[in-house]
Design a protein around this ligand. Structure first.
Ligand code: PBG
Length: 309
């Protein structure tokens, strides 16, 4: 009766990896228990999400290697894997929200989130121009929320204007506003097939983990440009950032319990060091306590089922 916070399936966003083919499930070794799914299987996951009370799915494509290019142009193809998955989900389970990642890393041959210059430096403004097209392509396919995860400056305002002009007034923007250059993204890069391709690191556009005030400046910019909600990423090691953002801005804040965090919990369970259900529920409640409106987590379906028991 005195509990200050509650955790329900409605707090969860479930990230899913999409791959080509039919009837395909490809387990991801560094992310035990998580697979890439072909479109038909993604739709099955969508039904599971609906039945478990999970309101939203986040999609990430594992683009075929021959479609990855220097300029990531496959991101603009209205029939790319991402758009096919959006349409399949919106056809089959329209009541489940679809959140799409806006960034070029699943489409580039160098694994960066944007266009690179001759020295390998990611170009801010040229990248933002492509991201506008990517966000529009996803909105046209039926995305409910576009989520720019690229960390270019100025892209939220550009994407918002383009969405308005195209009549997508109700498409929301969840900005990955405070996204750190993190060692916790490794398994994700395996899942989307960019780990082996990535040249260098992402420290010229993602944030330094020594900084907290910079996160507040990043959030202020994105809100000013029209973000509906903001995200902090990774999650658990950055709960101080979640709390500060929530106190300063009083907007819906989400956190991403990222792939490396998921892998840590699973490794702990495999080593007999902890109980999965208890670890999952405790970490997810910690996000609520810190001020999150919701959490992106690979444990979403599991957590929702445990909560329903
Ligand atoms: C790419 C993107 C990343 C994640 C979400 N979108 C990886 C990166 O920035 O390299 C990481 C998610 C995770 O680790 O679970 N723009």
């Amino acid at each position: 009766m005195h509990a200050e916070n509650v955790l329900t399936p409605a707090d969860l966003i479930w990230p899913l990896f999409v791959t080509e083919g039919r009837g395909v499930e490809e387990p991801i070794a560094s992310l035990p228990g998580v697979s890439r799914w072909s479109l038909d299987k993604i739709v099955e996951r969508g039904r599971e999400a609906r039945d478990a009370g999970i309101p939203c799915i986040a999609l990430f494509p594992n683009t075929q290697p021959d479609r990855r290019t220097e300029d990531g142009r496959e991101a603009l193809n209205p029939d790319n894997l991402m758009c096919q998955a959006i349409r399949a989900l919106k056809d089959a389970v329209p009541e489940v929200g679809v959140l799409t990642d806006v960034a070029l890393d699943p489409y580039t041959s160098h694994g960066h989130d944007g266009l690179v210059d001759a020295a390998g430096y990611v170009k801010n403004d040229a990248t933002a121009d492509v991201l506008i097209g990517q966000a529009l392509t996803q909105a046209d396919a039926g995305a409910d929320i576009v989520a720019p995860s690229d960390m270019m400056d100025g892209r939220i305002g550009l994407i918002r204007s383009a969405l308005e002009e195209a009549g997508h007034h109700n498409v929301q923007i969840m900005s990955y506003a405070a996204k750190y250059a993190s060692a916790f993204y490794g398994p994700f890069r395996d899942a989307v097939g960019s780990r082996g391709l990535l040249k260098g690191d992402k420290k010229t556009y993602q944030m330094d983990h020594a900084n907290a005030e910079e996160a507040l400046r990043e959030v202020a910019l994105d809100l000013d440009e029209g973000a509906d909600t903001v995200m902090v990423k990774p999650g658990l090691p950055y709960l101080d950032i979640v709390r500060r953002v929530k106190e300063r801005f009083e907007v819906p804040v989400f956190a991403y319990q990222v792939s490396g965090e998921y892998a840590m919990i699973e490794a702990s369970v495999a080593a007999g060091a902890g109980d999965r259900d208890a670890l999952v529920l405790e970490t997810l409640m910690a996000f609520k306590r810190a001020g999150c409106s919701g959490v992106l987590t690979y444990h979403a379906l599991h957590a929702a089922r445990v909560l329903a028991r």
